[in-house]
Design a protein around this ligand. Structure first.
Ligand SMILES: [Zn+2]
Length: 232
């Protein structure tokens, strides 16, 4: 789980979410050297259902929020190593900024435009939904949460012209009730912030991830990946 690729902005309220472009490339290079192959969530789920095969060391790389830095730095680096990744988009804010964090005093970060997302989609990058406004789904009223979930799926389909079958919970905030709403909205699976390995038997509405942050070295990416053994 990545967020922002770029020089660390110390004045950010989420400074830990930055990974520099150089650090990112070092991490990807090492992941590649260990023989990992990236797969999409669609591929992972198809394999879990017996409809596709996974490579020997499969890994899904995800990016939350849809920052422009994915388009500028992450995507070209991933492509250089023959990799792909999945980005979760905030559907009301395409082409705008991180308003949910700015309102709490964060620095401004730009989000990808519709054209950039469509370009990446053509290049094989996968996209999912991350609500309409980056709402905390366990704090807002139930009807608002349902609208944030279902609305983001409908809006992305309409604006981008392709389906986004997977969902990501803002702030990792979810419970059984929220998972049910995500399922009812027609999503096929959802990623959480729980550090767990994903198996065919895992709850597909709370898949695990490993948080990669500003201070995560390339070797600790590898170590965390191998050490994360508890099934989701
Ligand atoms: Zn987010």
């Amino acid at each position: 789980m990545y967020h922002r690729i770029g020089e660390i902005r110390a004045e950010s309220i989420v400074a830990g979410q930055y990974v520099t472009p150089e650090q990112f490339e070092s991490q990807i290079k090492l992941v590649k050297r260990f023989g990992f192959k990236t797969v999409s969530l669609a591929h992972m789920l198809a394999a879990f259902e017996g409809q596709a095969r996974l490579p020997l060391r499969p890994i899904v790389i995800t990016f939350d929020d849809g920052y422009k830095s994915y388009y500028q730095y992450a995507a070209p680096t991933l492509e250089k190593y023959g990799y792909t990744a999945t980005t979760f988009l905030v559907s009301d804010l395409l082409g705008r900024t991180n308003e949910w964090d700015e309102s709490k005093g964060d620095v401004t970060e730009h989000l990808m435009t519709v054209e950039e997302i469509q370009d990446l989609h053509k290049r094989g990058h996968e996209f999912g939904a991350h609500t309409k406004t980056h709402a905390n789904l366990i704090e807002v009223p139930d009807d608002v949460a349902k609208q944030e979930i279902a609305g983001s799926k409908a809006q992305l389909q309409q604006v981008l012209g392709f389906q986004t079958p997977f969902f990501c919970y803002p702030y990792g905030a979810q419970n059984e009730k929220v998972q049910k709403w995500v399922q009812e909205a027609g999503f096929q699976g959802a990623v959480s912030t729980l550090r767990k390995v994903n198996l065919p038997t895992s709850n597909r509405f709370a898949w695990g991830r490993i948080d990669i942050r500003a201070k995560t070295t390339p070797w600790s990416v590898i170590r965390k990946t191998f050490e994360t053994n508890e099934p989701a």
